[in-house]
Design a binder for this molecule. Sequence first.
Ligand SMILES: CC(C)(COP(=O)(O)OP(=O)(O)OC[C@H]1O[C@@H](n2cnc3c(N)ncnc32)[C@H](O)[C@@H]1OP(=O)(O)O)[C@@H](O)C(=O)NCCC(=O)NCCS
Length: 142
Amino acid sequence: MLISREMVLDKDIGLNAALFGGDMMARMDKVAGIAASLMSRNRRFLTVKVSELLFHSPVRAGEIIEFHIAIARQGNTSLTLQIEVQVYEPVSDQRRDVTSGAFVMVAVDETLHPESILWKPEMIQAATEAHRVRRASQTGQS
Ligand SMILES: CC(C)(COP(=O)(O)OP(=O)(O)OC[C@H]1O[C@@H](n2cnc3c(N)ncnc32)[C@H](O)[C@@H]1OP(=O)(O)O)[C@@H](O)C(=O)NCCC(=O)NCCS
């Protein structure tokens, strides 16, 4: 499921004329928080774990980045999201993988203790279907 698109600006560029990795991680963490909120009726989530973070290709100023999520695991108080970031080139409609990683988000109450997730089944279904369609288009199947 596409969560957001952003443009990388000159001010975001670090060493090596590319987007700073820590900046990308912060953007992905924000997307994980938004996605967890969209999938549930809980008010607060904390990131407990980030794994398999891979930087596949550098991102340059002026490029549009897309943040796609897939639901990897639904737990009791936690949700694991696979986040894939791609550069989207509108003129050619081409996409390029740039970063991916798994984010474990924990729902917490006002005292920041874990609480059960109140799922929105329709959003889980929509995310699952969007992921299926995206995978099929990547492999050329319908
Ligand atoms: C998130 C936090 C409240 C969880 O507390 P905790 O004592 O580990 O809670 P629990 O042991 O009850 O685990 C809660 C959930 O997290 C999952 N979890 C905890 N540690 C995990 C780990 N290392 N890897 C994967 N999942 C983990 C548990 O499996 C559980 O999920 P489930 O209910 O779906 O099975 C606590 O670790 C914390 O406050 N961490 C700091 C968070 C933070 O500051 N993040 C950065 C800013 S957002």
